[in-house]
Write a protein that binds this ligand. Structure first.
Ligand code: TRP
Ligand code: SF4
Length: 336
């Protein structure tokens, strides 16, 4: 069957960087043209780990939506909303939590990984364990048949399908569809220190960085550590500048020029980096222009989220009526 409706969410991380742009946003822009697309800010999901200090969430959500729209996400093509605006997600999450076996959640690989890795927050909570149950509610409440996500999220969508099957079996209902995972090929975008580009590593180039800032970040980015001096030969295959920027922005001819120049030390790293700059700035220019326009229209983000929220709620509310009926909780259906 052909996929028709897709849903995807992003936790509110604030301003977007090039990793988001090339990893997620460009895919979303393509999807919004082809499907009935729902994109939302997963602020409740952020709360599962940020519950102790939620002060930044609202600001981050707004900044992120500005960047979504600056990148080209359009309220005319996508339904853009905030998760916590649609209380029905919480109701469905609660009801699904009744039927979700603990063992399914305890064996979830992202849960095990985060519990082992994250040391600065206490994640021994009911909410954190239930993260994929909330995610399931986000998806199936819109009867989405496809969910575009990176490979790290694939186990959660698998779990969504299991929860759907269990719900349909227990309540003899056919309300929900089993969502397919639309795997997004995420190119590995490295930051200025050579690690994966991430806000928390402080190594990111943001969509909102001024051209001088972009230039400074690229010119100081780490390269092949073997090239300490201008005469040292290098290896592009281990150079983050090559692996991320040249690969993404340079023509085949340019790639050859870099490989040749780097391995023979006939070009220097600064010269090599300078050839990328115009490409990055060309990419960011129109985004930044739209960003300025958007910021000039006060209250716009709020309006977009409200409008999208209304559209989303209509669908969510109607699904919940079906759910209450299937679960015999329908005494007050449609009468609240
Ligand atoms: N867990 C997702 C992430 O961290 C975000 C998310 C929340 C999501 N709800 C979703 C993604 C529903 C897709 C569908 O990236
Ligand atoms: Fe990297 Fe270019 Fe320097 Fe080679 S010349 S190490 S590819 S920045």
């Amino acid at each position: 069957m052909k996929i028709q409706r897709i849903v995807s969410g992003m936790r509110p991380s604030g301003r977007l960087h090039l990793g988001h742009l090339h990893g997620v946003m460009e895919n979303w822009l393509d999807l919004q043209k082809r499907y009935d697309a729902f994109f939302f800010v997963a602020d409740w999901h952020a709360l599962t780990s940020e519950y102790a200090d939620p002060s930044g969430l609202t600001g981050n959500a707004e900044e992120m939506v500005v960047d979504w729209m600056a990148a080209g996400l359009a309220p005319g093509s996508s339904t853009i909303f905030l998760q916590s605006y649609i209380k029905e997600h919480a109701e469905l999450h609660l009801l699904l939590s009744m039927i979700t076996p603990l063992s399914w959640l305890e064996r979830n690989p992202t849960y095990k990984e985060q519990m082992a890795e994250v040391k600065d927050k206490d994640l021994h909570t009911y909410g954190f364990l239930g993260y994929p149950v909330l995610q399931t509610a986000d998806i199936i409440i819109y009867k989405a048949d496809g969910v575009p996500v990176g490979i790290d999220q694939a186990p959660h969508i698998e779990l969504s399908r299991e929860i759907v099957r269990r719900f349909n079996y227990i309540y003899k209902a056919e309300i929900f569809l089993e969502p397919a995972t639309l795997l997004t090929e995420v190119p590995k975008i490295l930051g200025t220190d050579g690690r994966k580009m991430s806000k928390s590593y402080n190594n990111a180039i943001y969509l909102s960085d001024e051209p001088e800032e972009v230039e400074r970040k690229i010119l100081t980015m780490v390269t092949d550590p073997a090239r300490k001096r201008r005469n040292d030969k290098g290896n592009p295959d281990i150079c983050p500048v090559y692996l991320t920027f040249h690969r993404m922005y340079s023509s085949d001819e340019r790639l050859e020029w870099v490989r040749d120049g780097c391995t023979t030390a006939s070009i220097g790293c600064i010269e090599c980096k300078k050839t990328i700059l115009p490409h990055v700035l060309d990419k960011l220019g129109p985004i930044q222009e739209r960003r300025r326009e958007l910021l000039g229209q006060k209250g716009l983000v709020r309006e977009v989220l409200e409008e999208g929220g209304r559209k989303a709620r209509e669908v969510a509310a109607s699904t919940m009526e079906e759910v209450r009926t299937a679960m015999r909780l329908d005494l007050f259906n449609g009468n609240s």
